[in-house]
Design a protein around this ligand. Structure first.
Ligand SMILES: CC(C)(COP(=O)(O)OP(=O)(O)OC[C@H]1O[C@@H](n2cnc3c(N)ncnc32)[C@H](O)[C@@H]1OP(=O)(O)O)[C@@H](O)C(=O)NCCC(=O)NCCS
Length: 184
């Protein structure tokens, strides 16, 4: 009988901009697996460009979950530029405390879905952040993914399409620390 997979068995490691060369291929491989049924979409094929763009940010912050030597999931982002946060055009007045972390990307290998791994890497990434807020974009055609973020305390504040060939995204915002975390 196949052994059931558990996020508790994974080892989470943290990486910065200096580690990009070391982790770049692992991020691309996990992404290709997670989006295997959507890689005919040209936007998804641009992922290596986004890895280099985000990973090139000196404040890039990334966690990867490993099953032994294999990377099975990752979460990454970087601090938002003040006054250019993704939520800025949707909230008036702006929140009083507005230092924001942009949570850019989350992906879990298909084999590891529904094991708590998405929440594991999300909390590992965000629990160490000292910003007031976290913002992310989620495809409006993926309402179940949106529900997953809502279950962690995110709320939808608007929608945007950052690139002409990108999906239309819901803009989702949460206060840090996330509810239900170890700092509660
Ligand atoms: C999103 C993700 C990290 C969640 O992993 P998980 O916690 O193990 O949860 P699941 O895979 O069960 O996904 C949660 C729900 O979202 C749905 N979902 C996940 N990825 C989806 C996608 N790319 N498109 C549409 N729906 C998706 C699942 O069907 C599931 O719905 P259900 O609970 O009603 O069955 C993982 O599914 C993944 O890596 N997906 C591809 C990459 C992605 O969409 N990342 C999020 C970018 S905002």
């Amino acid at each position: 009988m196949e052994q059931s997979l558990s996020a508790a068995d994974l080892v989470v490691r943290r990486f910065s901009n200096k580690d990009l060369a070391q982790i770049r291929q692992a991020l691309i491989d996990v992404h290709a697996d997670a989006y295997a049924n959507a890689m005919d979409d040209e936007f998804n094929q641009h992922f290596p460009w986004f890895v280099d763009h985000w990973g090139g940010n000196p404040d890039f912050d990334c966690v990867i979950a490993y099953d032994g030597g294999e990377a099975v999931a990752f979460a990454y982002g970087a601090p938002s530029t003040a006054y250019r946060e993704w939520w800025r055009e949707h909230l008036d007045p702006a929140p009083e405390k507005s230092r924001t972390f942009s949570y850019s990307e989350l992906a879990v290998r298909t084999k590891w879905r529904k094991t708590g791994t998405a929440e594991l890497v999300t909390r590992a990434l965000l629990d160490e952040r000292d910003e007031d807020l976290v913002v992310l974009l989620v495809d409006t055609e993926h309402p179940r993914v949106q529900s997953m973020y809502e279950s962690w305390g995110f709320r939808r504040v608007g929608q945007r399409q950052p690139f002409p060939d990108s999906p239309v995204y819901a803009v989702m915002l949460a206060e840090l620390p996330l509810a239900g975390g170890v700092r509660d």
